[in-house]
Design a protein around this ligand. Structure first.
Ligand SMILES: Nc1ncnc2c1ncn2[C@@H]1O[C@H](COP(=O)(O)OP(=O)(O)OP(=O)(O)O)[C@@H](O)[C@H]1O
Length: 365
């Protein structure tokens, strides 16, 4: 666990970069430090590995006050990734990745397999091991930076705007890889970014800092988006916060309504009765095998027809496991029924989620 206790950092010229910060980061959690330029994000991060020393208060890593730990020893247990990767230009990639294991005195026979494993973890081909940093693209260098930081198996990883210097496409890919990596390695990660969308996407929690190094809000992205603590945070997370919040929630998190499904062989009278009970003209049609076949518009059915005369195929307006409420919203908005059907992994009908229910979830819950 990492803990800031009333930490203040004042520089010699009188600038207060961090002001009375209290923050607790649990083991295995990814916490994003986000805020406008100059609000003290980098300084906060560097207080953890003692690249900066606190003026007041204490920073604890695993219960130990970092000011009492030898900085070199401390840093070997804390991976550090910075913008532009910060690789040693005259060392080959394998040499860069092996830096910390070598300093830790690992045996030669242990280091080479570790370098290979790290390259694989960050999705790089082994062929790059013999190249120099300048022979790699920006995105590849950034991956090497992460591999190097992880090589010594540190329990803590600090990342300072690691994806800021690459183009948006590479950045999106690195972000996705980061999410995959996070599941694999279970580190405690503190990540600095000025991009609130990156913070929302990657963080288990977000600490929003404001000018003068003051903590404006700390919490899970879904909670901050639902209840920003004041004007500054609301402005900072942006106007689309309901949509951003829906993108973080899965459709499984909402209860479905039964939706009065009818059999494909149901006649007009049965469909009309189901529609009346549901309070809307659209009725889901579900086969005997529980598969959702589509929506039936009760108003279009005349005597002699069955629900098989379906308007709109099953591909529209369904959401499955893991789909977000943002996807559900898009589906419901484009469906005439203004609803979306929830199905399980096998495509079996589970029930209906209405547009109103989705909107409500985006705002509250
Ligand atoms: N060595 C230093 N001496 C004096 N002031 C400093 C020093 N380092 C940082 N500062 C000041 O401390 C404040 C916080 O800086 P810091 O780099 O932590 O902010 P940041 O939020 O990471 O900014 P950015 O997003 O622009 O990188 C700024 O006002 C900065 O100018």
């Amino acid at each position: 666990m990492i803990r800031f206790e009333q930490v203040t950092k004042r520089f010699a010229d009188g600038t207060t970069a961090v002001d009375a910060l209290d923050l607790e980061i649990a083991d295995g959690e990814t916490v994003m430090l986000v805020g406008p330029s100059g609000c003290g994000k980098t300084t906060t991060l560097r207080l953890i590995n003692r690249l900066e020393e606190a003026t007041e208060g204490r920073v604890l890593v695993d219960g130990q006050d970092v000011s009492q730990v030898d900085p070199t020893r401390l840093r070997r247990g804390i991976g550090y990734v910075i913008q532009h990767a910060g690789l040693f230009p005259h060392r080959r990639i394998d040499g860069n990745i092996a830096t910390v294991p070598r300093l830790l005195g690992w045996a030669r026979g242990e280091i080479a397999p570790r370098v290979d494993a790290m390259l694989e973890t960050v999705g790089l081909d082994r062929a790059v091991a013999q190249r120099f940093p300048h022979q790699l693209s920006g995105g590849q260098q950034q991956r090497v930076g992460v591999a190097r930081a992880l090589a010594g198996e540190p329990p803590v990883l600090l990342m300072d705007e690691p994806f800021a210097a690459v183009d948006p496409i590479v950045r999106a890919r690195l972000q996705q890889e980061f999410l995959d990596l996070k599941k694999q390695v279970r580190k405690t990660i503190v990540f600095v970014t000025h991009d609130v969308d990156e913070a929302i996407k990657l963080g288990d929690k977000i600490a929003i800092l404001k000018e003068g190094g003051r903590l404006a809000q700390y919490g899970r992205p879904v909670d901050i988006l639902a209840r920003p603590a004041g004007r500054f945070v609301a402005d900072f997370v942006g106007r689309e916060r309901t949509l951003k919040r829906l993108a973080l929630m899965t459709a499984d998190s909402l209860d479905v309504t039964a939706g009065n499904p009818v059999d494909p062989d149901a006649d007009a009278a049965v469909v009309e009765a189901a529609a009346e009970e549901a309070g809307q003209p659209w009725v889901p049609v579900v086969g005997a095998d529980r598969r959702f076949l589509g929506w039936c518009d009760s108003r279009q059915l005349v005597n002699g027809h069955t629900a098989r005369q379906i308007v709109g195929g099953p591909e529209i307006a369904t959401v499955g496991p893991g789909d977000t409420l943002r996807t559900a919203l898009d589906a419901a908005l484009s469906a005439e029924s203004r609803s979306v059907v929830r199905v399980d992994a096998a495509g079996n009908y589970l029930g209906v989620i209405t547009l109103d229910r989705i909107a409500e979830a985006g705002l509250w819950s």
